[in-house]
Structures are given as structure tokens and as C-alpha cells.
Design a protein around this ligand. Structure first.
Ligand SMILES: CC(C)(COP(=O)(O)OP(=O)(O)OC[C@H]1O[C@@H](n2cnc3c(N)ncnc32)[C@H](O)[C@@H]1OP(=O)(O)O)[C@@H](O)C(=O)NCCC(=O)NCCS
Length: 373
């Protein structure tokens, strides 16, 4: 019999090959196509990283300009998709809005010989902020916003649609860095879902729609929303310490901490935290970051568990005036790049993903007809 602990959650199982990223490999924490995420977050923009993931190589200046212009030209929603978004009931979770928006777009603009996978990847990257924020404004006050924009990048476009004005350089760059960090992460649950669906030769939209569904849960993308809710429960670091100790005594899972692959730290957390601190300073924050840092210190002291990307991205998004329910959708807006790269890679070397299970049910037995039960 297989040791159940070893196979649960496929922990440590190599489930395929990839040339897109490495996670937790010795020496370097996270790389995209061979470049360290620290270098990319310091030197590159999100669109350069998106191009790198999707195309396989860094763009030249001209290629990047062309790519930005292509994305700009794809930000307008089809009227029929606006109608679908307007029908969604009040209280719909924004992740369900993106999932439905993606699926509906697959019906209005299906994959075909004329509309190939690269065009769809670009369209989804350009359109996800439009889908989300068109719906948000319509839901909040019945406004039908124009999502077309010549904003140079995704972060700018998102913040401009959300707040109605161009963002400051600091805000735009902070979100840009967060998008870079969220762009790709090897065979995580949502990416593996995309690859599994792609392996059946289903269309591109089906694979991405499934990925959004997998990302929604609090053990994966939903953790950033839960981390925010945790931090907001407390008004002082001492209160946070007390509350966290009580949660640990109850054996609660603390969202935004721990990781399946990283063992001592999440390299993305080291990059995002200074950006959260910069925004905290700009907002003269006296509460949220001190509370967050105390939670981090207590988790290290009591459990030797470190914050993952979702922990400090929560205050960062909060300081950008982003509603908490949009935190996980922002993950989708970034991760569509990694998902796309993985769908391309799966398709290029496809074999149906179909593992086997160890059977632990009853042994073979005679069927008992209904009349005799
Ligand atoms: C990410 C996560 C799912 C990884 O899970 P995993 O690889 O299956 O790790 P395990 O559940 O085996 O954890 C090992 C031990 O650490 C504990 N642990 C791990 N993460 C924890 C957390 N966030 N809070 C409290 N305890 C945690 C587990 O309870 C377990 O303790 P035990 O050995 O006494 O049972 C897990 O750390 C988690 O649920 N984190 C919170 C959700 C989150 O932030 N998700 C985003 C990930 S980027």
C-alpha cells in the first residue's frame, strides 16, 4: 500500500516538464524563463514579463511598444458581454464575474483557425480588468463605464478604471510589481488545472475558466482576501498577538502563511513587503503594517512559518484603495500570463493527463437486487 501522507495533494510528485519557471530550486527561489523574479521585479515592467512568459524571450523596445499597443486596442468589451455582466445578481463574487466573463467570451469570440491561442491570451490579458471594473461600476451605481483607454500598462489601466483618474507613479509601480510577482508559479493548483483541461484538447477558454475556479479557494488565490480580513480584525499589534495566539491554540489555519514548495521563506514576500511599507509610509499608516508585522513575528516564533506572497500583497492592495473582494481577481489579471504560457506548452507536447488511483474501497462482492435489500 502507498503511504497516504506521501501522495495526498501530490506533494513532491513531478507531474510533467516545463521550461517556463522554477519554484524553490536550490540557490534561486523563483525564476521565469531563467530570470530571477527579484531582477524582474526591480528592472522590468509587467508587460515585459507577460511578453517573456508568453513568447519565451524578453521583448526588444519595438516589440514591447507593439505589444503594449496591441493590448490597448483590445480593452473594449463586446456589447453582448456587457449584457451578460449586467445580468449577474447583486452580491456575485468578483471571481465568479471573471469566471463567467471568460466563459461567455469563449462563446462570443470562440477559438478558431482565424482566432488562435496567442490572440486569445492577449485578449484575456487586456480584457480582464475591463470585465471586472465594468461590472463593479454597474453593480455599485448603474454606471456603464467606457473601458477603452490608452493607459500604457495593465496596472495603470486597472487603477484608472477603478478610481476614475490616472494613478500616481508610486501606486502604478507598486501594483505593477505585484502583478509581476503573481504572474507565474509553475505547477500550482490553478495552472495544473489549466494544463489538465488543455490536455483533453478542449478550447483555450475552457482551460482558463477552470483555472479561475481553482484559484478562487482560500488555500490558493483566495488567501489574500482572508489575510486582509485577519489583519483588519485588530487595531494594535498587542491585540493582534493575543488574537493570533488564540487562533493557533484552536489550531486554526492562518491565511497568507506557509507554502507547499518553499520551506523557509517565499521570495515573493521579500519583494512585496518593502513595497507595502512604501505605500504605508505614503498613507501615514500607524495600524495595518504594525499589525501585519506582529502577526508575521508571532507566526515565526510560534510555528516557524513564514508569510507567502498573499500576506503582504493584502495591505499593498488595501493602500491602493482596492476593495478586498478584488484581491483574488487581481491574481487572475496577472496569472493569465502564466496560465497562457502553460496551455501553449501543454499543447505543444500534449499527452492526456490521466493519473491512476490506489483503490481503498470494498473488495469485489455480489450485487444484491433491490427486492432483496
Ligand atoms: C499553502 C498550504 C496549503 C500548504 O499546505 P501543505 O503543503 O499541505 O502543508 P501542510 O498542511 O502539510 O502543513 C504542514 C504543517 O504546518 C501547518 N501549517 C501550514 N500552513 C499553516 C498556516 N497557514 N497556519 C497554521 N498552520 C499551518 C500545518 O497545520 C501542518 O501542521 P502539522 O504538521 O502539525 O499538521 C498551507 O500552508 C496553508 O493552508 N496556508 C494558508 C493558505 C494560504 O496562505 N495559501 C496561499 C498559498 S501561496
Amino acid at each position: 500500500m502507498i503511504d497516504a501522507k506521501n501522495v495526498e495533494g501530490l506533494a513532491g510528485i513531478v507531474a510533467g516538464q516545463t521550461a517556463i519557471s522554477t519554484v524553490g530550486k536550490e540557490g534561486v527561489g523563483l525564476t521565469y524563463r531563467g530570470y530571477s523574479v527579484e531582477d524582474l521585479a526591480r528592472e522590468a515592467t509587467f508587460e515585459e514579463v507577460a511578453y517573456l512568459l508568453i513568447d519565451g524571450a524578453l521583448p526588444s523596445r519595438t516589440q514591447l511598444e507593439d505589444y503594449r499597443h496591441k493590448l490597448m486596442s483590445l480593452r473594449t468589451l463586446p456589447d453582448k458581454l456587457k449584457t451578460v455582466l449586467e445580468q449577474l445578481p447583486a452580491g456575485t463574487h468578483p471571481m465568479d464575474v471573471l469566471r463567467t466573463g471568460c466563459s461567455a467570451l469563449g462563446a462570443f469570440e470562440p477559438e478558431s483557425a482565424a482566432r488562435g491561442q496567442v490572440d486569445i491570451a492577449d485578449r484575456l490579458l487586456a480584457l480582464f480588468p475591463s470585465i471586472l471594473l465594468y461590472w463593479l461600476h454597474f453593480q455599485n451605481n448603474g454606471a456603464r463605464i467606457d473601458t477603452a483607454s490608452d493607459a500604457p500598462g495593465t496596472a495603470w489601466h486597472f487603477l484608472e478604471l477603478l478610481g476614475g483618474e490616472a494613478p500616481s507613479d508610486l501606486d502604478e509601480r507598486a501594483l505593477d510589481v505585484a502583478l509581476i510577482l503573481y504572474a507565474e508559479h509553475e505547477f500550482n493548483a490553478s495552472t495544473f488545472t489549466c494544463r489538465t483541461i488543455a490536455s483533453t484538447l478542449a478550447d483555450f477558454y475552457s482551460a482558463v475558466t477552470g483555472g479561475i475556479g481553482a484559484l478562487r479557494g482560500p488555500l490558493h488565490g483566495g488567501a489574500n482576501e482572508s489575510a486582509m480580513q485577519l489583519m483588519q480584525k485588530f487595531h494594535t499589534p498587542d491585540q493582534a498577538e493575543q488574537g493570533l495566539l488564540e487562533m493557533l491554540a484552536r489550531k486554526d489555519l492562518i491565511m497568507g502563511f506557509g507554502h507547499r514548495v518553499y520551506k523557509s521563506s517565499d521570495p515573493r514576500s521579500e519583494v512585496i513587503k518593502p513595497w507595502a511599507n512604501k505605500l504605508a509610509e505614503a498613507h501615514a499608516d500607524q495600524c495595518l503594517m504594525p499589525v501585519a508585522e506582529r502577526l508575521e513575528a508571532v507566526m515565526r516564533r510560534e510555528k516557524n512559518i513564514f508569510p507567502n506572497l498573499d500576506f503582504y500583497s493584502a495591505p499593498l492592495f488595501h493602500f491602493l484603495d482596492i476593495p478586498t473582494s478584488l484581491f483574488t481577481p487581481l491574481f487572475v489579471i496577472a496569472r493569465i500570463t502564466g496560465w497562457s504560457a502553460h496551455i501553449f506548452e501543454q499543447r505543444a507536447h500534449n499527452r492526456l493527463i490521466r493519473p491512476t488511483a490506489e483503490y481503498i474501497g470494498p473488495p469485489p462482492r455480489p450485487f444484491v437486487p433491490l427486492a432483496k435489500r
